[in-house]
Design a protein around this ligand. Structure first.
Ligand code: X5A
Ligand code: ZN
Length: 837
């Protein structure tokens, strides 16, 4: 069969001819497609009595309209001269046509073994549905290349087969050859075929017609772009399939064979030279266009911008290229070499994005960058699988949303916009969306948007892109300074600075020093996280405080928004508790739970706080570790665990999974709960457990906490929630201040017997014994910088060196520093025990 001899039969669009033959009557066969273009003029006039209300050119009737400025219903007076023909030629853009590439032969690529009710989404009817909708909307004429009037219809542009030479501008010769060979492979072998033996094909079906259709699709994209560059049409819609943006240099992939858009790009650059040097490819298909990114990654003259669902690397194409390159749809992939900065990924981290989210991304990122780039041609890789109703995308973009994006892009490159179909699988959604785009190309203003507010996720996602791309685009703010932060600016996160300062202060005042915590990844933020008084193993009460980092209060400059050190304060109420505890002879372990654990690379300037779940999990692990290595085998007479927010969650998690150990040693669990759920203790096997927790707890809950709203307000909280006390609204710090007396009273009461039984030391003597070391002979070390250790190179337990040469305290004994003076408590030797992992 020689398909290049395109007979009339082939060129006609079988089904459609019958249904829309009577052009002008607009018999819309596609059931649900309708357009709100013809509002009732009388209604409109009544509702909006503006002088220029007659936008549609119909005569206005009815009395409500003001006629004073008279433009709307201007009539030539009888004696007036008929105006002369215009002095100027017709407006070049407004009077030229929108082009349309559509060829029924692209429908021949079909899945050969199609199980009846399991139709592949990349369905030949996709392009037909779009074309039929164009015809139904009066945008295209189904017969021949153009309709009865060139002013009204899209001008038809013939698709043709791409040449080998053109394909090889993007793909390898082997790839071309492999695709060509498909036409001769026996049907029954096609299913098992592998392009690279040993590697399964990634989301493609093959047929004998695949090479033919793929060639027409790529050729269609080329001719669409050429028609614009040759000035034959102002813009184009290429209704082509199979799609192309997943096809890589030597891989068919994701329903794609040839990267249509990239091939057209390179052909135009070559053919038109300086007139078409810079090309913007805007890819709004819901999937990342890995192929387009790859083909143009180091080209400074091709700006690739893709908006896509990413789900942090879990959405298609989630895996690496066949040769195992890393995840590449993220915002950090910005191009390479000369092309650095010319690749812009806008990855959505969640499904469900809609018009407002896309428009927001356009306003914040796409348009500023596109305007700065100033392209000679815009190609839209237009998948409609982010459309509302698409089963693969799960997003919510409406036809109006697509129209607005098109409209914005039409402001670039003197309006030279080529729209090339990529994905999109709901036949109805793609038909409506494509039609809205086509109408916009033809000059109709976009419909009004219904959705105006971007989601929080979208704003976050976009912010990340802006930060990243601000390195390359001067139109984007705020400027990303992370490169300089890590380098010449000696940047350091304040929470690290503050915790180190705290460690120094607590060392100076109470000889508190870091307890070694062995974590898989010992991150910067874990340094100094756990500080203990030297007597934490002794026979005395132990207070363990698990708290949020100190709060920072800033008064930024009202004009510049700049946060300056002299207008910034640090509040640390936890210090009050440590002061009290040390003064009353308690040992203290102070655990700081950072809101963000800096990772080793820490390349991003902005870090969101880690999720509450994550932080609670981390805190629970840490507490469990501390209990096993530093608390359990102590001689402590009492153990008090005190935790705020995340700390509360950690304490309850620990108690619940260590019922017996907790009941044996824990005196009281004290919680401050504001921003986290109130946790309860109940045991399936032990009825007394809730009772025990109630007797051994004190739980301050902010009065606005929804615990009080969800439960039965008239009844006392269940025992398993512990001894709950309502706390007035405020910050955690305010709660800690509010209830400090109550906590101190409890700590005093619980330890009264111990206090009574100890040998009497008079106050004077005690004060001396507790005096912090004098700075002359106790230089403040930089406490606790621990080397990242792996289990096999674990040093012997005991005293070991931190990288800066000072000694750091190891688990279970060992002195942090040479004894200072005579009054430093000499540690008694203890059984050694490796820290658990
Ligand atoms: C062009 C396009 C989607 C591939 C999905 C594979 N491809 N699961 O939208
Ligand atoms: Zn797609």
């Amino acid at each position: 069969m020689d398909l290049d001899v395109s007979t009339d039969i082939l060129m006609q669009d079988g089904d459609i001819v019958a249904s829309t033959e009577t052009q002008g009557q607009q018999s819309v066969s596609n059931t649900e497609i309708s357009f709100k273009t013809e509002p009732n003029v009388n209604e409109y006039a009544k509702a909006k009595p503006e002088p220029s209300g007659n936008l549609l050119g119909s005569p206005l009737k009815g009395g409500g309209l003001k006629r004073d400025n008279g433009i709307a219903d201007w009539q030539p007076k009888s004696n007036q001269v008929i105006p002369r023909p215009p002095k100027f030629p017709p407006l070049p853009y407004a009077s030229s046509q929108t082009g349309l590439v559509y060829d029924v032969r692209m429908r021949f690529h079909v899945e050969t073994v199609s199980i009846e009710d399991d139709i592949h989404p990349e369905d030949p009817r996709r392009i037909h549905a779009i074309f039929e909708s164009f015809v139904g909307a009066g945008l295209a004429w189904e017969k021949g290349n153009s309709g009865p009037s060139n002013d009204y219809y899209m001008g038809r542009i013939d698709a043709r087969k791409v040449t080998k030479e053109e394909v090889c501008l993007v793909h390898t010769e082997e790839h071309w050859n492999w695709i060509q060979a498909l036409s001769a492979v026996p049907m029954e072998d096609l299913e098992e075929l592998e392009q690279h033996p040993g590697t399964k094909m990634d989301s493609v079906y093959l047929s004998n017609m695949t090479p033919y259709c793929a060639a027409l699709s790529a050729g269609g994209a080329i001719e669409a772009c050429r028609a614009i560059m040759l000035g034959k049409v102002k813009n184009v819609f290429a209704v082509i399939r199979p799609p192309g943006h997943h096809a890589e240099r030597e891989d068919a992939k994701g329903f794609c064979f040839f990267d249509n858009v990239s091939i057209a790009t390179k052909v135009c650059q070559r053919e038109f030279g300086e007139r078409c040097r810079k090309i913007l490819i805007l890819d709004w298909d819901v999937h990342h266009g890995n192929g387009i990114q790859q083909a143009n990654y180091d080209d400074p003259n091709v700006l690739y911008i893709s908006l896509h669902l990413h789900e942090r690397g879990r959405f298609y194409p989630e895996h690496s290229y066949r040769d195992k390159r890393g995840p590449y749809g993220d915002h950090l992939h910005c191009g390479d070499g000369a092309g650095l900065g010319k690749n812009v990924n806008i990855p959505w981290s969640k499904k469900g994005m809609g018009d407002a989210d896309y428009v927001y991304a356009f306003q914040q990122v796409v348009m500023p960058i596109a305007i700065e780039f100033d392209p000679d041609l815009v190609i839209i890789a237009a998948g409609f699988d982010a459309a509302k109703g698409d089963m693969l995308g799960g997003c919510m973009v409406t036809p109006a949303g697509y129209a607005h994006m098109t409209h914005m892009l039409m402001s670039l490159a003197q309006g030279r916009v080529a729209v090339c179909l990529e994905g999109g699988y709901n036949l109805d959604s793609i038909a409506r969306s494509a039609t809205a785009v086509a109408r916009t190309l033809m000059g109709e203003p976009p419909e009004r948007l219904q959705e105006l507010h971007p989601s929080i996720t979208a704003v976050d996602d976009v912010k990340l892109v802006v930060r990243q791309q601000s390195r390359f685009w001067s139109s984007l703010y705020p400027r990303d300074i992370s490169a300089r932060l890590a380098g010449s600016l000696h940047g350091e996160r304040m929470h690290d600075v503050v915790r180190r300062w705290q460690a120094t202060t607590l060392w100076d005042e109470y000889e508190m020093s870091s307890l070694f915590v062995y974590k898989e990844q010992l991150s910067k933020a874990f340094e100094n996280q756990v500080l203990a008084t030297p007597n934490y193993t002794e026979a005395r009460p132990l207070l363990v405080i698990l708290h949020d980092p100190p709060e920072m209060i800033a008064s930024p400059d009202p004009r510049t928004g700049k946060v300056e050190l002299h207008n910034t304060w640090l509040t640390d109420i936890v210090k009050t508790y440590i002061d009290w505890a040390v003064k009353h002879d308690f040992a203290v372990i102070d655990v700081n739970l950072p809101k963000h654990v800096s990772d080793a690379e820490d390349s991003q300037i902005h870090q969101p706080e880690d999720s509450m779940e994550y932080r609670t999990r981390e805190a629970t692990q840490l507490l469990t570790y501390l209990w096993g290595n530093y608390i359990e085998l102590n001689d402590s007479t009492h153990v008090f665990l005190m935790g705020s927010n995340t700390g509360h969650g950690a304490i309850i998690n620990f108690i619940k999974s260590n019922e017996e150990r907790a009941q044996e040693q824990l005196t009281t669990a004290i919680s401050f709960v504001k921003d986290v759920p109130l946790q309860s203790c109940r045991s399936a096997t032990n009825d007394q457990f809730a009772q025990w927790y109630y007797a051994s707890s004190l739980v301050f809950v902010e009065e606005d906490h929804n615990f009080f709203w969800l439960g039965d307000l008239t009844r006392k909280p269940k025992k398993r929630f512990g001894k709950v006390q309502k706390s007035p609204t405020g910050t955690i710090s305010e709660m800690l201040i509010e209830h400090k007396e109550a906590v101190f009273n409890l700590l005093t009461a619980e330890t009264a017997d111990w206090r009574a039984a100890r040998p009497h030391i008079d106050d004077e003597e005690m004060a001396t014994a507790r005096m912090p070391p004098i700075s002359n002979f106790a230089p403040s070390p930089r406490p606790g910088n621990f080397p990242a250790l792996n289990p096999t190179s674990m040093p012997p337990v005991g005293t070991f060196l931190s990288p800066n040469g000072t000694t750091a305290r190891s688990p279970r004994g060992g002195s942090p520093l040479p004894p200072v003076g005579n009054f430093a408590p000499s540690p008694k030797p203890r059984s050694s025990r490796s820290p658990a992992r």
